[in-house]
Write a protein that binds this ligand. Structure first.
Ligand code: FAD
Ligand code: SF4
Length: 537
């Protein structure tokens, strides 16, 4: 049976699984077709973690199945089982092929989450000679044009100012024009660590056992991407992420019922073998658009109003979703493509191979307990919480002086929630200070003492976070002082950093040389395990 001609080809990307998106505004199942494609290029342009690939593909297949039930014609390309059979390795090639087969009058898509893809889609459709339309992504609360207007003429872009503007504009946690509780930010109440007894029994987050559709995806991923990160850690056997809107909603409700009360207090805390603690585990569902941020914010605000969540916890959580998440997205589109090339501190080291492999050469475990914990968890689950990403893996890369673009590729590849619009500003701006202060007013650098204060990692480590020199010196502490010394010219007179850099004045030349020497020994040792990505072993 010949299929009817296609009026509009509606492109649904893997992170746009939103049945209410602008794509469907004037769509007609009788004339239009949805197009979706699984392509190897999206898993290999950075050497993606197996769970990240599986999550995207499983959620895409569920979305396609639901739309078929709704009466849509869905042209869905499944990833071929064997690489040799794969004649369409990129999204652009697959789209050109679909245009050739379906001959649509127009191709429509919603703004992608990645600059590279946006350019690729435009070029592919232009080459194919078909009219195209890009529509805004209504999932976000702040439009690109709003952000550009807000950013125009500002000397610096501070999330806190942006966040307050959103609270006022959208009336979230407000009493008229005043913030509930008298202040916009309860961060000072939200920085607790656990005492020696640890977190105790924190309820485990909701888990979603793979159904038949997801199991087929897992099999395909383990076959096609066997040597990707996560493989050696049995990551796919742990796969339990939400892959449908119903599961995302369940994950939200579970978080609010079980763990949200502790979110504020312990959002910065870390503990051995405790990956989730009081975190929501919602980022992947949000970024794939399985759940709307308005729903998440409203649910948290409601829980506070009902007395099921303290104000500091509700505010702290809403600041992440309404503040940071929207802010980094606005910043991304405002500053790309130059933003991705930033390297303000001229960092040139390669990323140590242990970031990809989770072990030293020869299979030795990583002696630094904090890194061993954060990397093992990352490689096994495709997840680490914010402070592990910022103050363990990110901090160590920055102190070593790793090229920011190598750090970016790792983060984009390794976390299940990684999409470039959110990952890149967090890495280039917040974590590596590679944008020279556009996003963060100063580098987030600290010695091993910070890790000691916020976790129990140091108690199980052969290094001493208080020592910068000698056999038992903590590498974070050595590299921290080395960083302060190397960048003193730049930061010693800066109003936001002068206090932190003041301590450097007390270091005499002999001690400074010794610190540089020990820091360089670490660099030398770790460069033996360097890898530009997971393919180099
Ligand atoms: P929770 O701790 O429960 O926080 C609630 C929600 O707030 C998250 O689900 C997320 O949607 C949002 N959020 C919190 N912090 C941020 C932030 N800094 N930027 C944007 N949204 C935020 N987040 C991603 O979604 N994808 C990434 O690729 C990503 N890469 C990061 C890289 C680095 C170097 C750093 C420091 C942070 C990164 N983050 C990223 C932000 C944050 O670490 C994750 O959103 C969070 O750990 C996800 O876990 P959760 O859902 O349990 O979050
Ligand atoms: Fe990490 Fe240093 Fe603490 Fe060891 S002593 S866990 S390396 S911060």
């Amino acid at each position: 049976m010949t299929k009817s001609p296609v009026r509009h080809l509606l492109v649904v990307l893997g992170d746009q699984l939103n049945a209410d998106s602008a794509l469907f505004d004037d769509a007609d199942p009788a004339q239009d077709a949805i197009w979706m494609a699984e392509v190897a290029g999206e898993a290999t342009h950075v050497w993606s973690h197996q769970s990240r690939i599986a999550l995207f593909l499983a959620a895409m297949r569920h979305f396609a199945a639901d739309r078929r039930v709704d009466g849509w014609r869905v042209d869905y390309r499944e990833l071929p089982e064997r690489a040799e059979e794969d004649t369409l390795p990129t999204l652009e090639a697959a789209l050109v092929d679909a245009i050739g087969r379906l001959r649509p009058e127009q191709v429509i898509w919603v703004c992608p989450g990645d600059y590279r893809l946006r350019q690729g889609l435009k070029a592919a459709v232009e080459d194919a000679g078909v009219p195209a339309e890009e529509r805004p992504d209504r999932h976000f609360l702040v439009e690109e044009s709003w952000f550009a207007g807000w950013a125009a003429g500002r000397k610096s872009l501070r999330m806190e100012h942006f966040y307050r503007a959103q609270r006022r504009r959208l009336g979230v946690l407000m009493d008229g024009d005043q913030p509930l509780g008298g202040k916009f930010n309860f961060d000072a109440d939200n920085r607790r660590s656990f005492d020696a007894r640890g977190p105790g029994l924190v309820p485990e987050p909701a888990r979603f056992m793979p159904d038949q559709v997801t199991r087929e995806v897992i099999e395909r991923v383990s076959g096609r991407f066997a040597d990707h990160p996560g493989g050696e850690h049995g990551a796919l056997s742990h796969f339990d992420w939400a892959v449908t809107p119903a599961q995302a909603e369940q994950a939200l409700e579970d978080f609010i019922e079980q763990r949200a009360q502790g979110f504020g207090d312990y959002q910065d805390a870390m503990w051995t073998d405790a990956p989730w603690l009081y975190h929501s585990r919602l980022s992947a569902a949000l970024n794939l658009k399985l759940i709307d941020p308005r729903r998440v914010i409203a649910a948290v605000e409601y829980a506070f109003q009902e007395g099921r969540m303290p104000l500091a916890a509700a505010e702290g959580f809403i600041r992440q979703v309404l503040g940071w998440r929207e802010f980094v997205r606005g910043l991304y589109w405002w500053a790309m493509p130059d933003y991705a090339r930033g390297n303000a501190l001229e960092a040139q080291e390669e990323l140590p191979g242990f970031y990809w492999q989770g072990r030293m050469p020869g299979g030795e475990p990583i002696a630094m307990t904090c890194l061993d914990q954060a990397l093992d968890q990352t490689l096994t689950l495709g997840y680490a919480h914010h402070i592990q990403r910022l103050m363990v893996t990110g901090l160590f890369a920055q102190l070593l002086g790793v090229r920011p673009q190598a750090v970016h590729e790792w983060y984009l590849a390794i976390y299940v929630d990684a999409v470039e619009w959110v990952e890149l500003p967090n890495v280039i701006g917040m974590s590596q200070y590679a944008d020279g202060g556009v996003m963060a007013s100063k580098p987030y650098v600290a010695s091993g003492r910070y890790v000691q204060r916020m976790s129990n990692y140091c108690a199980h480590c052969r290094f001493d976070p208080g020592e910068a020199l000698g056999e038992s010196a903590c590498p974070f502490t050595t590299l921290y002082w080395d960083f302060l010394l190397r960048h003193r010219e730049r930061f010693a007179r800066h109003p936001r950093t002068a206090l932190q850099w003041k301590h450097v004045e007390r270091i005499d030349a002999e001690r400074a040389d010794a610190i540089h020497g020990q820091a360089d020994s670490w660099r030398e040792l770790l460069s033996r395990t360097s890898a530009t990505d997971g393919r180099t072993r």
